[in-house]
Design a protein around this ligand. Sequence first.
Ligand SMILES: [Fe+2]
Length: 559
Amino acid sequence: MASLRFTAAGSKILGSSSVHLGDSSHDANKLSFKTGINSTTNPSMKDSVVTRVATRSPPVFMPSPKIKTDHESKLAAWKSIQQERWEGDLVVEGEIPIWLKGTYIRNGPGLWHIGDYNFRHLFDGYSTLVGLHFQKGRLRAAHRQLESDAYKAAKKNKKLCYREFSEAPRTENFLSYVGELANLFSGASLTDNANTGVVRLGDGRVVCLTETIKGSIQINPDTLETIGKFEYTDSWGGLIHSAHPIVTESEFLTLLPDLIKPGYVVVRMEPGTNERKVVGRVNCRGGPSPGWVHSFPITEHYIIVPEMPLRYCAQNLLRAEPTPLYKFEWHPSSKAFMHVMCKATGNIVASVEVPLYVTFHFINAYEEKDDEGRVTAVIADCCEHNANTSILDMLRLQHLRSYKGDHDVLPDARVGRFTIPLDGSPMGKLEAALDPNQHGRGIDMCSINPAYLGKKYRYAYACGAQRPCNFPNTLTKIDLAEKTAKNWFSEGAVPSEPFFVARPGATEEDDGVVISMISDKNGEGYALLLDGSTFKEIARAKFPYGLPYGLHGCWIPKE
Ligand SMILES: [Fe+2]
């Protein structure tokens, strides 16, 4: 029981459809979709509650922790969320700045099984939203499952009903296989499990996203309640888009990969509308299909379209069983390219070959100018995995859960800096922006001060590594001018994306706070605030129980 002592009074289980434990007597980490079970009647859930906050409210009943074996860590990061919903005040150690007013919402896969069936890959899990509401130095937290069709169908039918990242529904006979193929081509069988990111549009609407276009789901940022599908009203159709659009107060830009005629359509949507309008199109220079575009960067005047040799694979999309690279294939002979599109005209102003690379997350990009103010090149930075695709397989849950902490398996990564000349040169450069040892040769899950989007910038925040490890286990602040990094580390802990929030009125780029959520080695977890400048801890607040790892978040300021 020791690992589950903390909960916040002032907290509550909401609604009647909470996810409950299955046979918790032998596996407390297994949630099932059985509904209507009163958790208070489950004898294994008693005596695990301790009041931590003074306000009176019904207590939360926690499931019993699974008995730990020698080979299993207590880390909650890779275990399914313990219940469907929770909210409550957290006790804060340290001091939350009074100016920090608003909500950080983080999305991520947080439920990796249906009944006794366990998913295999980190990216398969059903979306769990976590909200941190900051006001007057206090912190109220909540989590809630996103009510996607995929999640609701799994809950109702107690089986997988849609194609997730590495999972596909089982077909019972040839006819159902044919039907499944038809559903795949129409997009009907693709998941809408929007478990990757969450963005605040310029009009205030908050939308959860993943790689499938149908996985665009609007939520209420105050309650985390699912409002419904975000329906695009244009006729662009398509099945997939970049999971990371560029979103500002004035626009939403994203890429639609064209799997039939390999290329990308760049589209733009204005606040207050659901209509994407085409900016331009890039044809791929390699083949047989477009490179995976999980994210892309922009500058003030240009949209940068990456063409990575890790390419979408239609055959792998059709397969029921996971392949080594899932829905992708590595085509080094197809080469790697970076394309630069003018935002105003949609014209391609540069298209250069670059060294082979693998990245999921671009950090930022900007224009380099000569003494007379003419743009000579575009600089684009990303978390680059040394052209090694093995990171995808490292994210299998079996790998993550079985790690004992005694050997180093995380592949090296660096801040990859592309230099894309605009003078017609055919080749671009890719180099490390700083010595990767500064951040332990691991880097991913990045953020910057949003005021510097598309502009020359100095600081990036990301997850780095302290070896040995099997997953990024530090928070790192990269100084691209000094080429140094400051690192935060807690042994055995797994931090999620460090998200920078600027202090209103700040004039320095790093004047603000960095928010992250930590899974601790003892099975617990906490929200962490670091000073954006010193990168020292200023506050932490323990969650009632350890939360699953999460991916990307957004900030909803409160006026
Ligand atoms: Fe991502």
